[in-house]
Design a protein around this ligand. Structure first.
Ligand code: MG
Ligand code: ZN
Length: 223
């Protein structure tokens, strides 16, 4: 699970934020991301699982139900090429609700990783909160415990520039808690999240592939 560690990447010296509604935050982060000599400050992307990487099934409990959303392997490959650490952080209350056990959750993640590997990509890590929403744990998004654990395990710094990409309000709230650029995708429950407008985001795109187009474009434009 060490992808990204070898993706040391010479980042461009200048950057400009393009079309970012919360221009101050985005431009600050993007400039920080593209400053020279910041190889120890690798940008990270915390990716939601259901509705972002794989098709939303409403409490997926069957490994055979894992289906990558169109364009996801290519998007992950492009993040890797940009030197961005891709980490999955997912709420899996289906465990805490008694719909499946941890072994089954592991099988689902093995299936997802197998599909990604068949497409020639990997994620740096998969971190799941198995608890019931009433458990008041610190790892269920928007709790930051899993992001903190991932940063320790994988050797990136949460004070580095980062993105949180997902389809739910809890993803956007996690992004706010981490000071990351919050990207809402319309896949999964994302269109409904967009309509409710309960939680702000920095950018909204149809899917992960479109989100990575934007991330790539912002960095490429600065070269
Ligand atoms: Mg989701
Ligand atoms: Zn938890």
């Amino acid at each position: 699970m060490a992808l990204g560690r070898k993706a040391a990447h010479t980042l461009p010296a200048r950057a400009r934020a393009v079309g970012c509604p919360s221009a101050l935050q985005c431009s600050t982060l993007i400039v920080a991301m593209t400053e020279p000599g910041t190889s120890s400050r690798r940008p990270y992307a915390i990716l939601d699982r259901d509705g972002t990487l794989i098709v939303e099934r409403n409490y997926l409990t069957d490994p055979d139900g894992v289906e990558l959303i169109d364009g996801v392997p290519q998007a992950l490959r492009r993040l890797e090429a940009l030197g961005v650490v891709p980490v999955v952080v997912t709420n899996q209350s289906a465990v805490g609700r008694g719909y499946m056990d941890l072994d089954r959750l592991a099988q689902i993640h093995e299936r997802m990783e197998a599909l990604l590997e068949a497409a020639g990509v990997r994620v740096a890590g998969i971190y799941a909160c198995p608890h019931h929403p009433d458990a008041a744990c610190t790892c269920r998004k928007p709790g930051t415990a899993l992001a903190e654990q991932a940063a320790r395990d994988l050797g990136f710094d949460l004070s580095s520039p980062g993105f949180v990409i997902g389809d739910a309000a809890s993803d956007l709230e996690l992004g706010r808690a981490l000071g990351a650029i919050r990207i809402l995708v319309r896949s999964g429950h994302g269109s409904a999240t967009e309509e409710r407008r309960e939680v702000p985001w920095d950018q909204v795109f149809d899917d992960l592939a479109s989100a990575v187009d934007w991330i790539e474009g912002v960095i490429d434009d600065s070269r």
